[in-house]
Design a protein around this ligand. Structure first.
Ligand SMILES: Nc1ncnc2c1ncn2[C@@H]1O[C@H](COP(=O)(O)OP(=O)(O)OP(=O)(O)O)[C@@H](O)[C@H]1O
Ligand code: NI
Length: 287
């Protein structure tokens, strides 16, 4: 297969600047990357290295304070910069979806959850009547572990916690069944059991639908559970990319080595000298 047949999204030599106080600063520099069809690609890197900026640019979002200084972003052979706003909206509504880092903020505050789903689902399941739309919305909400999905449909976004809003945003993105789903820190702020549920759901979806995903996180432990390949980003550049196991076992770049070394190893017993006195095993006193 040619590269184009393998790759759903291709980023070539991308440089992105933000304007601050009248000056342009590059936050992404000469970055190249491809998301292959059917894979989950992880994107890891420290806070501020440019992950969310890249996610937003991949979605074709245009902002006044930002410019693409060089390079290109292609989705399935289409250069996003050549699309009109309406064509981009259509692509985003159907084939390309993002669950933003602050997912709650992406939910229209004046619409009840039921209306948000009806609006999204109507474009994809035009034959569904009202009752069927509500049933599908409930199914999607329970998939992401939201309690009381029926009651949830009548509520507004602000009546949910941040973590719940994030899961509603995820459910809305999933019901479109996009070809490429970009997830920006989808499990940050979720408790351990909910996090597990979301990861299992994404793994199942990938197996059943061949949906491609770009999973952005600074948590290497989570990425190692779900990703086929991983890209390590540092100061606006990709410093390493490869199969998950290869990068974890044989990190080549010094930054990747430091990142891998920082994964907590639960199986290793903690050094007793480092534990607070209350958790140290008391010395056995023999009479
Ligand atoms: N609207 C903006 N205007 C100016 N600079 C910005 C803007 N948005 C982001 N930046 C800068 O761009 C850089 C990358 O930010 P970005 O949000 O992409 O990082 P990130 O890797 O997603 O971080 P985190 O892990 O904390 O979410 C940061 O230095 C940030 O200060
Ligand atoms: Ni971010």
């Amino acid at each position: 297969m040619t590269a184009a047949a393998h790759d759903l999204m291709t980023v070539a030599s991308l440089t992105v600047d933000y304007r601050q106080q009248g000056q342009w600063h590059s936050v992404i520099r000469d970055l190249s990357l491809a998301v292959r069809r059917g894979e989950i690609l992880g994107l890891a890197g420290e806070s501020g290295c440019g992950k969310s900026t890249l996610a937003s640019v991949l979605l074709g979002e245009r902002r006044g304070e930002r410019r693409l200084r060089a390079g290109s972003v292609q989705f399935d052979g289409i250069d996003l910069s050549t699309l009109r706003a309406r064509e981009l909206r259509r692509l985003r509504g159907v084939r390309l979806a993002l669950v933003p880092q602050n997912g709650g903020a992406s939910l229209t505050p004046t619409l009840r959850i039921g209306s948000l789903f009806a609006e999204t689902l109507r474009a994809h399941r035009p034959h569904m009547n009202k009752a069927e739309l509500a049933a599908e919305a409930r199914r999607q909400l329970s998939q992401v572990g939201l309690p009381d999905p029926t009651g949830a449909l009548a509520r507004f976004p602000h009546q949910f916690s941040g973590g719940q809003q994030q899961r509603i945003a995820l459910a809305l993105a999933l019901c479109r069944m996009p070809d490429l789903l970009i997830l920006d820190e989808p499990t940050t702020g979720q408790d351990a059991m909910t996090r597990r549920g979301i990861i299992d759901l994404l793994i199942r979806l990938r197996l059943s639908s061949r949906m491609s995903m770009l999973y952005v996180s600074h948590d290497l432990a989570t990425l190692s559970e779900i990703c086929d390949r991983i890209a390590i980003m540092h100061a606006g550049e990709i410093v390493e990319i490869g199969q998950m196991e290869d990068v974890l076992l044989r990190p080549r770049h010094p930054y990747t080595r430091a990142l891998v070394a920082s994964i907590p190893r639960l199986e290793a017993p903690p050094d007793p000298a480092l534990l607070p006195a209350s958790r140290r095993t008391p010395e056995r006193i023999t009479a």
